[in-house]
Design a protein around this ligand. Structure first.
Ligand code: E4P
Length: 218
């Protein structure tokens, strides 16, 4: 499974990259707004900087238009920023049409706001490189997000679908483990959830003891 970081914060992206495990980045309009980036030029420059930090990793940049023409116009501009930009398109009929257009024109897409297997299937059929089921938001609504990952992974395996399952809306480290177990190809995570994978209280206790004993033969 690949590890993406789910943020537009440059310091966090650098920290995850420096860990040596980062495969890519996802952003969305809310994450961009959180960084206080305003205006088309500033937004494009920010995406370019992110692409340069992660070097060979895919960077999802989301369109804000909801009509076919607008999505295509924005997507073309986003894709022109850097070869690693993946155009993030919402799961709506106009979005599906746009994904097909991007596929036919050699532009890779990530279909976002996926909450059902049917949505994932249609996005894949249109040629999306990634589909993004929102695990945490499904859990928040009283359903099981991980079950959706399992269902999509099962369908894609049976049907031989090459679209990658990009588990999104990750809330904690256990989500990441469950996504790996359930067949997600990619997990996009907040930095804390990634760092949480490195932690265990017994590791801390064991390390403290080793450090204490190491002093005896220094
Ligand atoms: C990433 O692609 C999604 O936009 C993001 O994971 C959504 O996360 P949230 O549900 O925490 O906003």
């Amino acid at each position: 499974m690949k590890y993406f970081i789910d943020t537009a914060n440059l310091d966090q992206i650098k920290e995850a990259y420096d860990l040596g495990i980062l495969d890519g980045v996802t952003t969305n309009p809310s994450l961009m707004a959180k960084e206080g980036i305003k205006g088309e030029e500033a937004v494009y420059n920010h995406y370019k900087t992110i692409c340069e930090i992660v070097e060979n990793g895919d960077v999802s940049a989301e369109v804000t238009a909801v009509d076919f023409k607008g999505i295509v116009e924005q997507g073309k501009k986003l894709a022109a920023i850097h070869k690693n930009i993946v155009v993030k398109v919402p799961m709506i009929p106009e979005g599906v049409k746009a994904i097909k257009w991007f596929t036919d024109n050699g532009i890779r897409t990530n279909c976002t706001l996926i909450f059902s297997a049917g949505q994932a299937m249609i996005a894949a059929k249109a040629g999306a490189a990634y589909v993004s089921p929102f695990i945490g938001r499904i859990d928040d609504s009283g359903w099981d997000g991980i079950e959706l990952i399992q269902q999509i992974a099962n369908i894609f395996a049976i049907q031989g679908i090459k679209t990658e399952i990009l588990a999104a809306s990750i809330r904690n480290s256990l989500h990441i483990i469950k996504c790996a177990e359930s067949g997600a190809n990619v997990c996009t995570c907040p930095l804390d959830s990634i760092l949480g994978l490195t932690k265990h209280p017994l590791t801390d206790i064991g390390l403290a003891k080793f450090m204490e004993d190491a002093k005896k033969f220094e």
